[in-house]
Design a binder for this molecule. Structure first.
Ligand SMILES: [Zn+2]
Length: 241
């Protein structure tokens, strides 16, 4: 039954319906979410990872925790994950000038994560707090794709990250955003965008809804675009919808 629609109108309707069935992808969360219609990529602190996990995940030593481990210990912990079928990216890892961890040690541990990601051809999930001067230097050199999680920086950093092919993941900051950040969000190409809940109790659906309003696109189109971005960045890790 086509209710008097033309062939191309039927096709368009089918495409729109299929887009609505695409899940909300939460690219970075520290908790599991069993809600139907949501696919959560859980991010583990490597020291807490249960290796029998059966869903897609990311893991790393967080910059906050690097002081707990020596270089050799981190190397061994990373190597243990080699070939794990659920490991889709390394992170979150990076640099944080606000936390108490020794900054030189942070850099050494970050470099280990980069090396492991490159050897295993896995993207990186980046944590960067007040460390952009150093971070941009690292990101310019890495040979795997990366997502900057919890992104909330300004025009100049966005420009530099885009120039080197970075992806941006935006989280709860969008729910209480300043006019300046809203303007910034509008300039990030939709093809470079992910959304996340991180540690927040906000629902990923809320974050998508806010983004769809700011960008003036439908929720279905936004979900479809993030799904496309996921498939581009993680071609080996197909989502089972
Ligand atoms: Zn996080």
């Amino acid at each position: 039954m086509n209710y008097g629609l033309t062939g191309s109108e039927v096709l368009l309707t089918l495409i729109e319906t299929a887009k609505m069935d695409i899940p909300f992808i939460d690219i970075h969360s520290h908790s599991a979410n069993d809600n139907s219609g949501v696919i959560t990529i859980q991010s583990f602190f490597l020291q807490e990872l249960n290796p029998s996990i059966s869903t897609y995940f990311t893991a790393a030593i967080h910059p906050w925790h690097v002081g707990m481990f020596s270089i050799e210990e981190v190397k061994a912990m990373l190597e243990k994950m080699t070939g794990h079928p659920g490991l889709i990216a390394i992170g979150e890892t990076g640099l944080d000038k606000v936390c108490l961890s020794d900054y030189v040690h942070q850099k050494l541990i970050f470099a280990l994560h980069i090396g492991f990601a490159e050897r295993n051809n896995l993207p990186l999930i980046i944590h960067s707090v007040r460390s952009w001067n150093d971070m941009i230097g690292y990101l310019k050199k890495i040979r795997v794709p990366f997502i900057v999680h919890g992104y909330n920086s300004g025009r100049e950093i966005s420009r530099q990250l885009l120039h080197i092919g970075g992806y941006f993941s935006i989280g709860k900051a969008i729910l209480n955003s300043t006019p300046r950040f809203i303007e910034e969000i509008k300039t990030i190409p939709l093809t470079s965008l992910f959304l996340e809940t991180d540690e927040s109790t906000a629902a990923i659906e809320e974050i998508y809804l806010e983004m769809s309003k700011i960008r003036g696109i439908s929720l279905a189109d936004l979900k479809y675009q993030v799904y496309e971005n996921y498939n581009k960045l993680f071609p080996k890790f197909e989502l089972k919808i």
